[in-house]
Write a protein that binds this ligand. Structure first.
Ligand code: C2E
Ligand code: MG
Ligand code: MG
Length: 415
């Protein structure tokens, strides 16, 4: 049975307090919080500050009756009460990870690691959350760690590179642009997509590394195609919110364009609509506004699946919407779905936005999208994402006029 319980407490956003009120304020708050933790835990429990803004509470058999989750909620509540400091009322949140020893044989290190993992998980879930360790957390962590490793090694060895999916003008059936999609070439030559390294797109360091690598290679490839006379209007890249919020993103993008002798309108940046959800300080909006003012095209990816309100289309610097593939694939399945697609297209048109239909796989879907006036489309019907070389070879081997979907499909089949 369970004889020890550990609660690992980490304050939320403590760095911001140090930054905005100074270290003296930070120290004072740490002292008040330490006192509150001591006053809240049972008498025979043990409390320590591990360093920085981390505290640990250890409970033994004597506290059998007290559920660690209940104590954790109480702690989160008392820590959250404002601390008066020089006329200010400063509030700090806390996240808590809990581990329980089920066997005496379990090592101390493992005991603490499990609390750490639970805390890490709590922090990822949101602020002010408490999480209790269970073995699936180890599995999830291991999966993430593997995704980071895969990406890190691939970037280091030049094996992370974009594949390109052509985007067609639906009325002329000509290629207008291409979307760069991250791929990793494994050592055995096989190619894997983001599904194999999904977690890495949501962790600050690796997300940034992926997006920057793809931006650099995609612009270089695009510039090369242009210099060799290919007639393509734009290259599209996907940017995570972590990347957009990173330091000097605007400068980085504009520099990369200039370095490759490209114009801002050659670049389209795709962001998912949920990006605006956690933009309370308008940082993301501001970055996208600056890029848009410079002439870069901003597209809302997977449109219709997130929580964006229609007012985002009016208020944010968006020039293009990409109708999510789930709507396109569901065409004809229900009247409601068909009506939504129709409404999205006419809304986009009346707001003067470019509209791209994603995931067109059948002639029927293509016909429908064309009929409702959707301007652009991409999908397996035209082409899967292909390597830079494959795209170049194909585009340069025949005049653009002949680029009908049938022939491109033939190419894809032979690849
Ligand atoms: P997305 O930007 O919405 O990209 C479209 C996805 O749909 C791609 O998957 C593409 O291969 C796939 N697709 C295209 N046509 C069809 C079709 O006709 N049918 C079906 N079923 N699927 C189609 P992929 O390459 O696996 O990428 C998945 C997602 O990963 C992307 O969704 C994007 O959100 C993200 N992603 C890809 N590359 C990057 C990158 O460089 N940076 C970031 N931050 N995210 C990326
Ligand atoms: Mg995209
Ligand atoms: Mg999409």
């Amino acid at each position: 049975d369970c004889n020890f319980k550990m609660l690992l407490i980490d304050l939320d956003g403590f760095k911001d307090i140090n930054d905005s009120f100074g270290h003296l304020a930070g120290d004072k708050i740490l002292c008040s919080i330490a006192k509150r933790i001591e006053d809240t835990i049972p008498e025979n429990a043990f409390c320590a500050r591990l360093g920085g803004d981390e505290f640990a509470v250890l409970m033994g058999v004597q506290n059998e009756m007290l559920k660690p989750e209940d104590l954790a909620s109480e702690l989160i509540e008392v820590i959250n009460l404002p601390v008066p400091y020089e006329g200010h009322e400063i509030s700090v949140g806390a996240s808590i990870g809990i581990s329980l020893t089920y066997q005496e044989t379990q090592s101390c290190e493992e005991f603490q690691q499990q609390a750490d993992l639970a805390l890490y998980h709590a922090k990822q879930t949101g602020r002010g959350v408490c999480e209790t360790y269970n073995p699936s957390l180890t599995e999830a962590f291991e999966e993430k760690r593997q995704a980071f490793e895969l990406v890190k090694e691939a970037i280091h060895e030049g094996r992370l590179l974009p594949h390109y999916q052509p985007i067609f003008d639906l009325s002329s059936q000509r290629i207008k642009g291409v979307e760069a999609l991250a791929r990793i070439q494994n050592k055995d030559g096989s190619i894997v997509g983001p599904a194999k390294f999904w977690h890495a797109l949501f962790e600050p360091k690796s997300a940034l590394a992926v997006d920057e690598t793809i931006l650099d290679i995609a612009l270089r490839d695009f510039a090369e195609w242009k210099s060799k006379g290919l007639d393509i209007d734009f290259i599209s890249i996907n940017a995570s919110s972590l990347c957009i919020q990173s330091m000097d993103y605007v400068e980085r993008v504009l520099e990369a364009l200039a370095h490759n002798n490209l114009q801002p309108h050659h670049l389209k940046i795709e962001v998912v609509e949920n990006i605006f959800l956690d933009d309370a300080d308008s940082k993301i909006t501001h970055v996208l506004e600056r890029l848009s003012e410079a002439g870069v095209i901003i597209a809302l990816d997977d449109f219709g699946t997130g929580y964006a309100s229609l007012s985002h289309l009016r208020d944010y610097p968006v020039n293009c919407i990409k109708i999510d593939q789930s709507f396109v694939s569901g065409l004809g399945e229900s009247a409601g779905n068909t009506a939504i697609v129709q409404a999205l297209v006419s809304l986009g048109k009346s707001l003067n936005l470019d509209i791209i239909a994603e995931g067109i796989e059948t002639q029927g879907q293509l016909d429908f999208m064309s009929a409702v006036g959707c301007t652009f489309g991409q999908g397996y019907l035209f082409s899967k994402p292909i390597s830079a070389q494959q795209l170049f070879d194909y585009l340069s081997s025949r005049p653009m006029e002949q680029l009908r979907q049938a022939s491109l499909q033939k190419l894809i089949r032979t690849l």
